[in-house]
Design a protein around this ligand. Structure first.
Ligand code: SF4
Length: 298
């Protein structure tokens, strides 16, 4: 039984499902995205580096080669771990291709990894009925989760960041995924320009009320080569300070329903791309700070 005051982490949730640790193997399926290829826009979201939010995904080569490489890297790190594998299609929009292509890529990766689970990061406006049917089919044999980049529920901010869809599209996608029995993880960015803490809290509530099972809370990173970096250079805006962020994340965690699974509390960024906030590169210290603060609050 999970202690009532413990953060319900993805690690705990997946152990409940699989009985052991679940290890994610990030793969790059070679997709693009409709706010990059011109279908909606060609500029990309303002915060997105040219790697499409997949800054740590294995790259290059076919899917099988990427899986072999990712497994080799992990066994170097952990030795022979007693775990199950989840294939994670992370970079860009991983449902943005004809369904036949998706089918081939998903199954190839699952089989190559001998995985028990599939995680697909995508946009809610790229989930046609045929894609949903495919995910439903896969979920008969594997655990499937879909990660949606909501980022904010403030429509004005959504427009500013170039998200390219309205909130109602997200609501509809979460409903259809839930109806299909697929867990949704929602990605929310904390610290977007001109957003108040109320706005950010509202985004979290909005996702929870919509029926998300999990949350990824991502501290806004200003990365080199993004439109956000240009904006910041021209007119620096306020970014979170470390203790302020720690306290705010704790406020959010305290207010969440107990069955919401936490997949991320801060974020990773390649050091060579980071402009601000620098303190976030020491991720361990941020996570320790959150744990310490939660303990202090009881
Ligand atoms: S964040 Fe996602 S939707 Fe936005 S440009 Fe990057 S890959 Fe596309």
């Amino acid at each position: 039984m999970r202690p009532q005051n413990e953060i319900y982490t993805a690690n705990i949730y997946y152990r409940e499902i699989f009985g052991k640790k679940l290890v994610k193997l990030s793969v790059d399926g070679g997709f693009t995205c409709p706010v990059r290829d011109g279908r909606i826009s060609s500029e990309g979201c303002i915060f997105c580096s040219g790697l499409g939010s997949g800054d740590f995904a294995a790259r290059g080569g076919g899917i099988k080669e990427q899986i072999t490489e990712a497994k080799a890297r992990l066994s170097e790190k952990w030795g022979k771990a007693d775990c199950e594998y989840m294939v994670y299609f992370q970079a860009f929009t991983n449902t943005y291709a004809p369904v036949g292509v998706l089918r081939e890529k998903y199954y190839a990766a699952l089989e190559a990894a001998d995985a028990k689970a599939l995680s697909v990061a995508t946009r809610p406006d790229c989930l046609g009925d045929d894609v949903l049917e495919l995910l439903k089919e896969i979920s008969q044999k594997y655990y499937v989760t879909v990660e949606l980049g909501l980022q904010t529920s403030n429509e004005k901010t959504a427009e500013f960041i170039g998200r390219g869809y309205k909130n109602e599209v997200y609501l509809d996608a979460v409903k259809r995924l839930n109806d299909a029995g697929i867990d949704v993880i929602t990605h929310i960015i904390l610290g977007l320009p001109d957003e108040s803490k109320e706005d950010m809290r509202h985004s979290v509530d909005f996702a929870v009320k919509a029926g998300t099972k999990g949350l990824k809370l991502q501290l806004l990173h200003i990365l080199k080569g993004t439109r956000l970096a240009e904006i910041y250079e021209k007119q620096p805006f306020r970014v979170f300070e470390k203790n302020e962020y720690i306290n705010f994340v704790c406020d959010i965690l305290e207010s969440l329903p107990k069955d919401i699974v936490i997949h991320r509390l801060t974020g990773d960024a390649p050091k060579d791309l980071m402009i601000e906030p620098w303190w976030s590169l020491d991720k361990r210290s941020v996570l320790n700070g959150i744990n310490k603060q939660l303990k202090k609050r009881g």
